[in-house]
Write a new protein. Structure first.
Length: 526
């Protein structure tokens, strides 16, 4: 019964993920990309689905462990899924998608529109092959040189003696190595060599302090997973930290800044005319900048004014959206107004719940991961007790927390690209995002999702005991030569926690987005 319930949940979650990816695509795409660029759009939807499925595969792994009776070894259970194969497959899919398919779609989309389709495809293939070769070299060279796992082991030495000797009353607790055994002894038990203690070998073999390092060549697929996860951690530290803080704060701020009343028709006409005037001014400034670029090139002053003009465009678009909110139109404007207000109240509820989930994640990091020994299993215990209520309830809660983490990563990815002008690469803006920006950010999101899985395996190691992904990351990743120091000392997690604190301080001190704090009527000096 549990297996059928699990299969139904898998199908429903898969369909909801696909629907969510299509919604994000429609909500953020640029008007110029409507009814065209179908191949990049398919890649974007697949990338979003793959990123979410990667994280949600972990709860499926845990449920797979619980699918059989506790007294039956997992290897002998015929009703479980081959999760190790699924994990390898999804990581290979991420590598292919992030380093081959997305670059091809990006280069094809950015190709010269005057070229023929064949020429654009050829150019995209050549650029994609070059990119993929570079990535392969980055992974293969370290694998050949340092692709080993090192396990510290403690040696246990023992000897082989006749049964009559080991059954002696004086030697029934151990096996004496190199014992002075004399079968012709006149009387009494065989004597033990008194020099045993001096050579460091005695009956208690584990107390000898003899340690060794067991070195093995790791599998290539395991090394690829480790390298991709390590690369993803540099993105996850930023996106995860920004998302865990901004996800609840933005919901609450949207509620606090909701429209309070409907404006009159005369006010709507007046504000619409003002928007038209500002749009005309922006157009004139853009023409001046284009002329300056042709005559003088892209100087420092030109770049500064271009960024300022871009911010002014964002302000104009935001004001246009707000104007439509305070003056609903259509067949039933009152219904639209009530529905909009209800959505803002829903955002408040989601924001408050998100604060609780974010705090629980922070406590899980501090109390279970960073402090050794852990102060409390916290969420591990909560999920285990939830399973006692009814089967798979704890797994569903586990999936909810993992999904929230991935939602925070997506939020951080979108917000980071939009607001941090110092590193503004392919910003994401609702209703104004080109497919090139979509593709670039989806590639980053896929890499960050691999780190999210590794992070979840460490945060929920107790609840996810015996899961395949925990065996992969817990046993091999922490012993991998060249990377073990980063994971054994929780370097990435310390940085993640620090960046979360800095993001909280930054957003609380700075307030709303910088471009929203500027006066809509402001103009930039040229």
């Amino acid at each position: 019964m549990e297996n059928w319930f699990l299969i139904i949940i898998m199908v429903v979650v898969g369909l909801l993920t696909m629907a969510s990816s299509v919604y994000l695509l429609i909500a953020f795409q640029h008007p110029e990309d409507r009814n065209q660029a179908w191949f990049p759009k398919i890649v974007v939807c697949l990338g979003i689905c793959l990123a979410i499925w990667t994280v949600l595969l972990f709860p499926l792994d845990v449920a797979n462990v619980h699918a059989c009776s506790a007294d039956l070894p997992l290897a002998d259970c015929s009703t479980t899924l081959p999760m190790d194969i699924l994990w390898y497959a999804i990581y290979v899919a991420i590598v292919v998608m992030a380093f081959a398919v997305i670059p091809f779609a990006l280069f094809y989309y950015e190709g010269d529109s005057e070229w023929s389709m064949g020429r654009r495809i050829l150019s995209a293939v050549l650029w994609s092959i070059g990119t993929f070769i570079c990535i392969v070299l980055i992974i293969v060279i370290p694998y050949v040189t340092i692709g080993y796992v090192k396990y510290p082991v403690q040696s246990a030495w023992s000897g082989m003696l006749p049964v009559s000797y080991t059954s002696s009353a004086t030697m029934n607790t151990c096996i004496g190595l190199f014992a002075d055994y004399n079968v012709n002894a006149p009387s009494g038990p065989p004597a033990v060599n008194n020099t045993i203690a001096f050579v460091g070998i005695n009956c208690n073999t584990l107390s000898n302090g003899l340690s060794e390092v067991w070195t093995l060549r790791t599998s290539f697929i395991m090394y690829v997973m480790a390298m991709v996860s390590t690369i993803g951690w540099f993105l996850f530290m930023v996106f995860g930290a920004v998302g865990l803080v901004s996800l609840p704060l933005d919901f609450i701020r949207e509620f606090l800044g909701r429209p309070r009343k409907v404006i009159t028709r005369s006010q709507y006409i007046e504000r619409a005319a003002d928007l038209g005037r500002r749009a005309q001014e922006i157009k004139l400034i853009a023409e001046v900048l284009q002329k300056e670029e042709r005559e003088r090139g892209r100087s420092w002053k030109w770049r500064r004014n271009t960024r300022a003009l871009g911010n002014q465009m964002i302000v104009l678009e935001e004001d246009a959206v707000q104007l439509e909110l305070v003056y609903p139109q259509g067949e039933d404007p009152e219904y639209k107004w009530v529905w909009m207000i209800m959505k803002y109240w829903l955002k408040l509820v989601v924001g408050i719940l998100s604060i609780g989930v974010t705090i629980s994640w922070i406590l899980q990091i501090i109390l279970y991961i960073l402090i050794s020994p852990p102060v409390s299993p916290l969420l591990n215990t909560a999920f285990t007790k939830a399973d006692a209520v009814f089967p798979l309830f704890g797994t569903l809660l586990f999936a909810l927390w993992a999904f929230y983490l991935q939602a925070a990563v997506i939020k951080g990815n979108f917000k980071f690209g939009l607001n941090l002008l110092l590193f503004r690469v392919h910003p994401m803006r609702r209703g104004a995002t080109f497919m090139s920006s979509f593709l670039f950010n989806i590639a980053l999101l896929l890499l960050a999702s691999t780190a999210a899985v590794q992070f979840c395996s460490e945060a929920f190691a107790l609840y996810a005991e015996n899961s395949d992904i925990l065996n992969i990351f817990g046993a091999q990743l922490t012993s991998l030569q060249g990377l073990s120091w980063l994971y054994n000392n929780s370097i990435f997690i310390y940085i993640l926690l620090g960046m979360t604190l800095l993001t909280l301080i930054y957003l609380c001190v700075r307030g709303p987005d910088r471009w929203k704090r500027e006066k809509p009527e402001g103009v930039y000096e040229m």
